[in-house]
Design a binder for this molecule. Sequence first.
Ligand SMILES: [Zn+2]
Length: 283
Amino acid sequence: MMKTRIVYSEKCLGYGTWHIEGPQRVKGAHEILRAKGYEFVEPTPASDYEILSVHDADYLFNVKKGLAEDSDTPAYKDIFEFAQLSVGGALLASKINGFSLMRPPGHHVGRYGAALGAYTRGFCYLNNIAIAVKESKKRTLILDIDGHHGNGTQEIFQGDDKVVYLSLHQSSNYPGTGYFTEGNCINYALPINLGGKHYLETLDKALGMVDLTKFEAVAVSAGFDTHQGDLATLGLVEQDYFDIGKRVAKLKKPAFFVLEGGYVGEKVGLDIDRFLKGYEENL
Ligand SMILES: [Zn+2]
């Protein structure tokens, strides 16, 4: 059985120790996955050319110069280099069908910054998964299982006939978008602490709406803040991530995975392991 490789560089731990989107969440996950015997590969930074496939040139300039800042998303020193390496992680994951365990996350940031009327970028600087999907040039189903709606990803791909964006997320939470399905963007806004059974029923229903013959690849915005007690909880537990991974395998398409949220380090590591086991054992 193939084992999904984890894309990781410890350089991603170098900023934001005081922030909830801090290094500990990824450091803890890395330690658990290393102990479980996963193989790791190092990303290289994305180029401007790749980033500009999704982002506006003025926005990129502002991130580089430390001029893009909001109350959730500080202009840390050298944040562009961290963001550029995180995009590189997603690009490598798409090439090797791996799992990018990098930060900062990306799904809240749109072409010009804050997306669809959200007032912050929600800890995101560059939209990692969107850039990886654009650069792959493949017809892709993006499945966003983070507990928050990926407003940036929706904004970027709204009306794009090569992509369907499908998100299950908690209602009444940041960024206050994703309440309705709009064209190629299918949204399920779900109640807090919904629980695994109803979550998986909803996921089955949602995937059932998608014409899989249209797609060459699946990209998963893999957030784990739906875990019980986490920032956008839907009351999921470890076993539920196994069952989600299994459903991704059943789509029978080449897949890759990009970390989004999930704020309790040890839980994130265990959830990723269960998710990947569910995926690999059902390929
Ligand atoms: Zn989230």
